[in-house]
Design a protein around this ligand. Structure first.
Ligand code: GDG
Length: 721
């Protein structure tokens, strides 16, 4: 078994030395985490190697080196980089997910290139993947890939991790490709985020855009489930915490401390990005110096900005703005002995970065939006018996775990300024106490734990999906059912109607049987060994009108009425519905557009198929709460079915009707097919050797599953042939 990690970039650098290219691994957090996974697996990595190699004679040699290190390259052309990476990924998805919708730029070629490159990644994966492998897709550049892979390899284990925020539905819905992106992700068994809010936003988008059923953290597709979960990414804690044990880093930090003079240090480290809130942070520092003159010459801000995407206009503009602000602050406040802002627009070596974390009195992490933010965790981890205060934006995913930081609203300059003052005044013991509490979390929830937890859960979901997949009627288990059918003499076949024999319609009265269905049912009934019964929640008048001419049994209103020998029988005496219950239901209908009430002889049904999903959830809870007392007083049952809430008599279910039917004869073949929770009552009530088939969403209580309603008819056709 292999673990195949797929990310936009391979974690390596290709460097040129004496006219020869060399592949050098440059492991980030993710590769470290995977290296220390508890279960040892063979790891392969697929991604863009970071350079164009079209006309390069060294390509073969590089490919060889990559293959030796188990890297599969996906080479991208400059056009693909422009349209897929800088275009759709970084000029559409990145601003959208960080709530900068005004920065979205749409290029004509972007979406096509995004699809094309996701397909290239799929092709590359298919070349190395084998049954039983685990695929872990990383991040927003590859949101279509899980589905592309699933379509080709239905049984493979696929996980997806989204490293950036997932925006609220209200924002996400504005994206023209919203449906395709969500469907792309649902190709995975497990879709994961850093925090529960991103997870909630994703589920709400799936619910509303794709109108799929979600059961808390589980999205139910017809043939399998997709788990959604939050796994806050951690860091390689030991690497940071032990940095100071390295004599070189220790020396470096002493030197750096000396070179900054006596001033206390505030540190910020980011990639150049508008989501990181760098200009507002500078305004906060300026305001701090302006309003707290006592701290001038006593505190400096060390600001590292790692160059990123600066060929894109918005980033170049941001860089200019930062340059100007730093110039303005230094110009105004600097003295001969003191520089207010030390600004570096280039990356630092790990050793220098660790030394800076070590000597900084305050870390200023104030992104406007950030999926997680690892810098905050790295700062906390690097401290070894030194004090330090973390000022952290409430908009960073890390703020959920690091509640002992000074949490600020990053758009509130005064809050940032006040936090700076509070941090500078904070007694050392209090700083240590807070740091220790945060270290406890960062050291436990480290990147190794993160990767292990993700893979463990992915395996569990795959197992669950394998079990569900094993129930789907395919050739082999169909042959077994057919064999039993053919060799039996006395068969009982109980069929649900809506969602099983007929597709759901917006208006229930439109679901009348087609000619084909009527023919199929009469063919089924023609066999003298077959007793065919339609068991439905519908009223007897409709069933009689639609199916009454066929030589089959009918059971209406979940078995409260049944037709045998051409006559209807009733299991109950006349019911007069309680006014209080009807009033509650009618009140719900008034307040819920597109819902309606159906009054049957044995049940009151509130239908909400066409109601907005969120409102429906709210009303279902409110309605059930309101019904509990009057229904329990009258010994009535409240039941939640497929987009309905139903009040009915306790002892009448499709289960009790199934038992009645079974007891009528000595059957050697019993089969029940249905799509709803009410049909599960009959699956449970039938003898153990009965063939029970759930249509649509798979179920734990049926033996088999037929994923879609139309397939049910094919199944029955093949069975009688
Ligand atoms: C995305 C999400 C999420 C920065 N400058 C230097 C340097 N760095 C290192 C830091 C840190 C990493 O880069 C930055 O990670 P962040 O998490 O802060 O942010 P993004 O790059 O935006 O990452 C983010 C992350 O994915 C993981 O899921 O947390 O929210 O946006 O490790 O140390 N490293 C060195 N020199 C530098 O100058 N050596």
């Amino acid at each position: 078994m292999k673990l195949i990690i797929i990310s936009n970039r391979l974690p390596l650098k290709i460097v040129e030395e004496n006219n020869k290219y060399k592949v050098i691994p440059s492991p980030g957090g993710l590769s470290t985490g995977l290296d220390s996974l508890k279960t040892k697996v063979d790891k392969h990595w697929i991604g863009w190697p970071g350079m164009y190699l079209d006309n390069c004679k060294e390509k073969e040699a590089i490919d060889k080196q990559l293959a030796e290190q188990k890297y599969t390259p996906v080479y991208l052309t400059p056009d693909q980089i422009e349209n897929y990476y800088e275009g759709y990924s970084n000029s559409v998805l990145w601003p959208l997910c960080h709530y900068f919708s005004n920065y979205i730029e749409y290029g004509n070629e972007y979406w096509e290139a995004y699809k094309e490159v996701n397909a290239l990644f799929c092709e590359a994966t298919l070349k190395i993947i084998e049954p039983g492998d685990i695929v872990w897709v990383q991040d927003y550049q590859l949101m279509l890939l899980p589905k592309m892979l699933r379509d080709k390899m239905p049984d493979i284990s696929i996980g997806y991790f989204h490293h950036i925020p997932f925006p609220s539905y209200e924002l996400f819905r504005s994206l023209p490709e919203r449906g395709e992106l969500l469907k792309g992700l649902l190709g995975a068994d497990l879709v994961a985020f850093h925090t529960h809010s991103y997870m909630r936003h994703f589920i709400s988008a799936v619910y509303r855009v794709l109108k799929l059923d979600c059961n808390l953290d589980e999205i139910q597709l017809n043939d399998r489930v997709v788990d959604v979960d939050a796994f806050p990414m951690g860091i390689n804690y030991d690497m940071y915490h032990d940095a100071l044990l390295n004599p070189d880093i220790k020396k470096k930090s002493a030197e750096l401390r000396k070179s900054f003079g006596k001033a206390k240090l505030m540190l910020s480290v980011d990639r150049l990005d508008y989501s990181k809130g760098i200009p507002i942070r500078l305004h906060g520092f300026q305001s701090f110096l302006e309003n707290n003159p006592q701290y001038r010459e006593k505190v400096s801000l060390v600001m590292i900005v790692a160059p990123s995407r600066d060929s894109v206009d918005i980033y170049a503009g941001l860089k200019n703005e930062i340059d100007k602000l730093v110039g303005a602050i230094n110009g105004k406040y600097a003295t001969i002995d003191w520089t207010p802002v030390y600004y570096f627009y280039h990356p630092f070596q790990f050793e220098e970065l660790a030394a800076l974390y070590q000597i900084s009195d305050i870390a200023l992490v104030t992104p406007l939006r950030d999926g997680m933010n690892l810098v905050a965790k790295e700062y906390v981890a690097t401290k070894r018996e030194q004090s330090g205060v973390l000022i952290l934006s409430e908009m960073a995913g890390a703020s959920i775990e690091l509640s002992d930081a000074l949490i600020v609203n990053p758009t509130d300059i005064h809050e940032i300024e006040n936090a700076m003052v509070e941090a500078l005044k904070m007694p050392v013991e209090k700083q240590m106490k807070r740091l220790n509490a945060m270290q406890e979390i960062v050291s436990t929830q480290n990147v190794k734990q993160w990767a292990t937890d993700f893979i463990e859960e992915l395996k569990e979901v795959r197992e669950k999906n394998n079990t569900l997949a094993g129930k789907i009627v395919v050739k082999s288990n169909f042959d077994t059912i057919k064999k039993d059918y053919d060799k039996s003499q006395k068969r009982l076949i109980i069929l649900d109607y809506d969602g099983t024999l007929a597709p759901f319609q917006a208006k229930p009265e439109d679901a009348f049987p087609t000619k084909e269905l009527l023919e199929l049912l009469s063919r089924l009934a023609q066999d003298s060994g077959n007793s065919v019964v339609i068991s439905s929640g519908r009223d007897r008048h409709t069933l009689d009108k639609w199916l009454g001419s066929l030589p089959i049994g009918l059971a209406a209103e979940h078995g409260a009425f049944y037709k045998e020998g051409g006559k209807w029988h009733s299991k109950i005496s006349e019911i007069e519905w309680d006014k209080e219950i009807i009033d509650i239901m009618e009140h719900t209908v008034k307040r819920t557009p597109r819902s309606k009430i159906e009054i049957k002889d044995t049940a009151l049904v509130w239908h909400y198929r066409n109601v907005d999903a969120w409102l429906a959830d709210l009303r279902v809870t409110q309605l059930i709460n309101a019904l509990i007392n009057p229904c329990s007083r009258q010994n009535l049952q409240i039941m939640k079915g497929n987009k309905i809430v139903e009040v009915k008599y306790n002892d009448i279910t499709k289960g009790s009707e199934a038992v009645r039917l079974v007891n009528q004869d000595d059957y050697d073949f019993i089969m029940a097919i249905g799509d709803d929770t009410t049909d599960e009552d009959m699956f449970l009530a039938l003898p153990e050797d009965a063939i029970t088939i759930k249509v649509g969403r798979n179920s734990s209580v049926s033996k088999y599953n037929i994923p879609t309603q139309s397939q049910t008819l094919n199944f029955l056709n093949k069975l009688v042939n």
